[in-house]
Design a protein around this ligand. Structure first.
Ligand code: 26V
Length: 809
């Protein structure tokens, strides 16, 4: 985008005058942030209009990406970068007496997601726009995103996340995009004047979905602009003035409040489906509004829905938008006069589904009665999908037990993953290992009947945000060495391999890491007061807190080091700082206890300066996208230590890798592919493999035997009982060796402890040889190109959506 600094200045002055009636001298940082963002928004809008003119010709198939979560983070920096306007804005703001970096800090993170799933969706929007595939994302405009985490007395406290005041500026309200959603009541069939069966809703609650569009510019010359449409719920009816006039204020507000509740707050759990009615309503709300919008646009372009599968790919990101299948059937049959067979042919060739977890608790199931009550018409369609599926399977002589396992409705439950597999063209997992696992486990029966349906697309990250924007020093070095092609051709990062024995380059990589660590330590000092030692190794584990991710295993290792140092304070060790960032779902008590354990351990270490020099622990409060952007470039070790078979992919592993951190991990998710890319010399792998986990269970895994026979483990677990900073963690000790009414050590921390510790020691050796370590960092960076979301999106476009890029004229 060519705009000079002076032009930018004019535009900002204009916004300041028009929106705030002020000059730059009178403006606060907040107002400058708003004005600058509004300028950028106008530029995006203009770019989008130019772009849309090409898509509107109707030649292009489009993808519609449906996801309950988009973890957007901040937008101003990203948009300026992608538009190539950072320098102009920087100069212009300097002239006005402001620093662009400080202005970025004014923006709250749009945290409309829990973790990996939502961040993946956001990375995908960046790549879709950059590669110029015709795409649109759909999600919910939650008034409150993922809770803000505070640590009080070492414990997590959840506060509401009020992101809208500063995040709103990116959203264009679209009063022309408003659709009505029916919830509850009854769906009655009747014959219309032409003798056709019709459906009408009786006593349903009607809610309007109002669209807000966020534009996302791609990067580079050929880039397009994608739109993320966020739906907000509002009452269909006018304000109840009558009740209000009669003094019944509560009644006057009631309808509005009930409607708005639907998009009030994001469910803060990514591991446990609680089957709550409001969540089902949210999912239907997203799906129905999005499909009505897709159909309307499609009809405007093509006048018919018969070619929907040729011109639209609808993607269900996890099962949360699974209702897209019966809802599309409903719209096609009830509102557009298609027969069942025609509608099914269209729907099942249009929808695709990605699975993101094999954790049984996270697989969505709804109580059949509740489902029927909330969505009567969708329920009857779902029953018919189920009935026809069973008939088809019977015709194919599939074993009865297998049919029972695959059907959508069974034992008074509606199973969303089954609905997705039955109604989708393609189903994929998110790493090679995970895609194999779903075929062998949760979807094994489906894989027998529909073998061609299953495929893999390994996740990716946008390297523009996670390398170019967040690690400018490293990016400049790479540009100096191999040019800037990698901005849009990440695979060319492999050009760095030829510097693997170049001492000067390796030293510079080490030097950049040092500088990033220093900068991070200063940032942490300024924002939290915590004193990080930049001379120590930064070893980081950042992800949602969950038992299967095994932050506890990491803690056990740290406690082991801690006990060694308390016994022998003069022991020569590699100084290291363990950094954690994690939010736990509010009701997940065990996860919250682990957060408390980490914080108590950290507190105790702070009281002992001699130990702190050698071993430190820091917990990052309110870990989010922005925190990750600061921390990842400064990290040296990437902890990816889930129990094998449990982490579908992981994406922080990729962000660390591209920033030159070395993975210490298990053979799980995308770690496997990272290991294949970098080779055994450039990664530290430990622990049991997926099939060994299964075997260990079958052999009667017993953690208390390990505890009894392994003195080091015994010492660590016993110490949990004594606790840290005055707090005992005997509940966690007994979780590990007795099991609190459940199986003990369900994620096998004790089984993997020894190998973890040994591997970490091997890592120490490598770290203490700077050349060796810097070479590992270099190889990791050089081999990371394949984990760019550009590659993932090209895979989806080719193998799943069958999309073509928009050609620039
Ligand atoms: C599940 C549920 C269950 C119902 C309540 C609300 C809720 C919200 C989110 C989820 C999805 C959890 C799945 C998920 O986030 N999986 C992560 O996806 C990443 C992107 O593919 C992947 O890298 C991680 O390994 C995987 O855990």
């Amino acid at each position: 985008m060519n705009k000079t600094t002076n032009e930018v200045q004019e535009l900002i002055l204009d916004k300041l005058a028009r929106y705030f009636a002020i000059t730059p001298e009178q403006a606060t940082e907040e107002q400058i942030y708003k004005a600058a963002s509004l300028v950028v928004r106008d530029i995006l809008l203009q770019k989008k209009q130019e772009n849309n003119a090409r898509i509107a010709e109707g030649k292009y198939k489009r993808v519609y990406y449906l996801c309950m979560e988009f973890l957007i983070g901040r937008s101003l920096k990203n948009n300026l970068f992608n538009l190539g306007l950072t320098e102009q804005f920087d100069k212009c703001l300097k002239k006005m007496g402001f620093s662009l970096e400080d202005i970025f800090e004014r923006e709250s993170d749009a945290g409309l997601g829990n973790g990996g799933l939502g961040r993946l969706a956001s990375c995908f929007m960046d790549s879709l726009a950059t590669l110029n595939y015709p795409a649109m994302g759909f999600t919910i405009r939650y008034e409150y995103g993922l809770f803000k985490q505070r640590i009080v007395d070492n414990q997590q406290v959840e506060l509401p996340d009020m992101w809208l005041p500063s995040g709103e500026v990116w959203m264009m309200p679209r009063s022309d995009k408003r659709f009505t959603i029916n919830l509850g009541g009854r769906a009655e069939e009747y014959l219309d004047g032409n003798g056709r069966m019709r459906v009408r809703y009786v006593d349903s609650q009607q809610i309007d979905a109002l669209a807000y569009d966020v534009m996302i510019s791609g990067y580079g010359d050929g880039a397009g602009v994608s739109v993320l449409r966020l739906w907000s719920a509002t009452s269909t009816t006018q304000f109840d003035m009558r009740s209000f006039s009669q003094g019944d204020y509560e009644k006057a507000m009631q309808r509005e409040n009930e409607a708005e509740l639907i998009t009030k707050v994001l469910y803060p759990s990514d591991d446990h489906s609680q089957g709550k009615q409001l969540r089902l309503q949210q999912e239907y709300f997203l799906v129905s509004a999005s499909l009505q919008s897709i159909i309307k646009d499609h009809l405007r372009l093509y006048k018919s829905l018969k070619n929907l599968p040729e011109k639209a790919a609808i993607h269900a990101n996890d099962t949360h938008p699974a209702l897209a299948i019966p809802e599309l059937m409903r719209l096609l049959m009830d509102e557009h006069d298609f027969s069942w067979d025609e509608a099914w042919d269209i729907a099942s060739r249009t929808v695709n589904y990605t699975n993101h977890t094999v954790m049984a608790e996270a697989l969505e199931k709804w109580d059949e009665n509740m489902f029927r009550t909330v969505l009567p018409r969708v329920y009857s369609i779902t029953c018919e999908i189920n009935r026809r599926f069973i008939a088809e399977m019977n015709d194919r002589h599939v074993d009865g037990a297998k049919i029972a396992n695959m059907q959508v409705i069974n034992n008074n439950q509606v199973k969303m993953a089954n609905l997705c597999v039955i109604g989708s063209q393609k189903v994929n997992g998110v790493s090679a290992l995970h895609s194999d696992i779903i075929k062998d486990t949760i979807f094994s029966d489906f894989n027998e009947v529909y073998p061609d349906r299953f495929t893999n697309v390994t996740n990716g990250i946008t390297h523009r945000r996670w390398l170019l924007q967040s690690n400018p020093l490293l990016s400049s070095l790479i540009e100096e060495l191999i040019g800037s092609d990698f901005h849009t051709k990440p695979e060319t990062l492999s050009g760095l391999n030829k510097f693997a024995t170049d001492k000067t380059v390796l030293d510079r990589i080490g030097e950049i890491k040092k500088q990033n660590k220093k900068a991070y330590a200063e940032y942490v000092k300024k924002t939290t007061g915590f004193a990080l030692n930049p001379e120590s190794r930064f070893d980081t584990q950042i992800k949602r807190l969950h038992e299967y991710k095994r932050q506890l295993l990491n803690v056990l290792k740290i406690v082991h080091y801690y006990l060694d140092l308390t016994d022998n304070p003069d022991k020569k060790v590699t100084p290291q700082t363990f950094i954690f960032g994690a939010k736990a779902a509010g009701g997940y008590m065990h996860a919250k206890r682990i957060i408390q354990l980490i914080n108590c351990l950290s507190k105790e270490i702070q009281k002992n300066p001699k130990i702190k020099q050698k071993l430190d622990v820091m917990f990052v409060e309110n870990y989010n996208v922005t925190q990750a952007e600061h921390l990842i470039p400064a990290s040296e070790v990437s902890e990816q230590i889930s129990l094998a078979g449990k982490e579908a992919s992981g994406t922080s592993n990729m962000k660390f890798m591209i920033n030159g951190a070395v993975t210490l991990g298990t053979l799980d998710g995308a770690n496997v592919e990272i290991g294949e890319r970098v080779g055994d010399d450039n990664i530290f792998i430990f622990g049991v493999k997926t099939d060994e986990v299964e075997r260990a269970w079958r052999a009667g895994y017993n953690s208390s035997t390990i505890y009894t026979h392994n003195d080091e483990i015994k010492r660590v677990v016993d110490r949990l009982r004594i606790g840290f900073d005055g707090e005992s963690f005997s509940d966690i000790a007994s979780y590990l060796i007795q099991g609190n009414y459940n199986v003990a050590d369900p994620y096998m921390c004790l089984l993997d402890f020894d190998d973890y510790k040994r591997t970490a020691e091997r890592m120490d050796e490598a770290y203490n040889n700077a050349d060796r370590w810097n070479k590992m960092a270099l190889v990791n960076i050089a081999q990371s190109g394949i984990f760019s979301s550009d590659r993932s999106i090209n895979d989806y476009a080719k193998n799943i959506w069958r999309l073509k890029k928009v050609k620039k004229v």
